[in-house]
Design a protein around this ligand. Structure first.
Ligand code: NAD
Length: 366
């Protein structure tokens, strides 16, 4: 198969980790007989330096002309970087928000998977972890509170702020369908999370999810209130397969779920639209504190590339190969500094490696 991949190297550790993911994709091409071509797209701080804005029209056109986009993180040190003295719409993150909007990326996927080898980094008790957990948080990304009308004004002499949470049935239906589609590629269970005991938007959410569920008889589904879900994630995370939820609930729950897996350097993500197109990026930021040191963990970006193979290109076998190679690298004791065992833990069979070496090892296992 031939695919054109837009590549946003971004800022900080972005170029370092994206290079490793490209290495892995190239190994997939060589092993399975595919051709991936790459086109560099400027976004974030590096785009500000080169063009004066975080995202140009040309960059948007390049992204739209790609089959998928692989991205490192963007942004710099928010306290010291000159990028943060610019107006908000000219800062690095404004580029990403604009790109998500232009590409209509309404579905955000964040897997939370606990590798047995990294159990030590999980803050939960052994009896709760059991054999580990493997869930996918599916968050609606373009509606709800973050995009509703907002205002701050004085009413009767009192400053009053208002944010509105709006969803229409079409927005709910398209994300629900995506959630059930993803569940069909996994263990076929959807937990739809809402606050239907209080919010109208949640009651509509629940109704539409029930309608969509009728089209997926193989998928079991349940509704769960968001406050209960927050508790269940730390009480019994094994129960979840796909968690389907709206924008703000998803923002909070996906961070909670990811933190019980250990390092941010392991967390991949994807943002999808109604076509097969997706933007794939690590969940973490540009880590300016370790940029240029060759120690960043490239696994989150490599696993994001695996998601691209699975969800944009339908190359499930190839995605499995990348995920297995990551597991083998961990099982054989290779660790970047962020996932090293804690002080005092057993270091037998553990080898600390840098960004580049971790990429090489994963490639060698494909
Ligand atoms: P961060 O995720 O960049 O860093 C938090 C901590 O995690 C740091 O100690 C960092 O060294 C570590 N870390 C992150 N990724 C790592 C990796 N792959 N390997 C090893 N360690 C890793 O968060 P921050 O410091 O709050 O933000 C830094 C910049 O990133 C800011 O400008 C922020 O706006 C931006 N940011 C961008 C995105 C994005 O591009 N989607 C997301 C979040 C933050």
């Amino acid at each position: 198969m031939n695919y054109k991949i837009g590549v946003i190297y971004g800022d900080g550790i972005g170029p370092e980790v994206v290079r490793e993911a490209q290495k892995v994709l190239d190994k997939i091409c060589a092993t399975y007989g595919h051709t991936f071509t790459y086109e560099e797209i400027l976004m974030g701080g590096c785009s500000i330096d080169a063009t004066g804005v975080p995202l140009t029209d040309q960059a948007i056109a390049q992204a739209k002309a790609s089959d998928a986009v692989l991205m490192g993180s963007i942004g710099g040190n928010t306290a010291t970087s000159p990028w943060y003295k610019l107006a908000p719409e000219l800062r690095p993150e404004a580029g990403l928000l604009k790109l998500r909007k232009e590409l209509n990326l309404f579905a955000n996927l964040r897997p939370a998977y606990l590798y047995q080898e990294l159990k030590g980094a999980c803050p939960l008790r052994d009896d709760i972890i059991g054999d580990g957990f493997d869930m996918m948080i599916m968050r609606e990304l373009t509606g709800g509170l973050y995009f509703g009308e907002r205002s701050t004004k004085e009413i009767d002499g009192v400053m009053t702020a208002c944010d509105s949470l709006t969803y229409n049935e079409n927005e709910i239906r398209r994300i629900a369908k995506r959630g059930f589609d993803i569940a069909m590629k996994r263990r076929k269970k959807v937990t739809s999370v809402d606050k239907a005991n209080v919010l109208d938007s949640s009651r509509l959410w629940r109704k539409v999810v029930e309608e969509v569920a009728m089209d997926y008889p193989e998928v079991s589904y349940e509704h769960m209130l968001v406050d209960n879900c927050a508790m269940q994630l730390v009480k019994d995370p094994k129960q979840f397969d796909v968690i389907l939820t709206e924008n703000m609930f998803g923002d909070i729950l996906s961070d909670e779920a990811s933190m019980v897996t250990g390092s941010i350097g392991m967390l991949s993500s994807a943002s999808l639209n109604e076509t097969k197109f997706g933007l794939y990026e690590p969940s973490g930021g540009s880590a300016p504190d370790i940029a240029g040191k060759g120690i960043a963990n490239p696994i989150a970006t490599i696993l994001s590339a695996a998601m691209m193979l699975r969800y944009s290109f339908d190359l499930d076998k190839e995605a499995d190969a990348v995920e297995s190679a990551v597991k083998k690298a961990l099982a054989d004791g290779y660790r970047t500094i962020d996932i090293m065992p804690r002080e005092g833990d057993n270091l037998d069979g553990i080898t600390q490696v840098g960004t580049d070496k971790m990429g090489d090892i994963i490639c060698s296992y494909i």
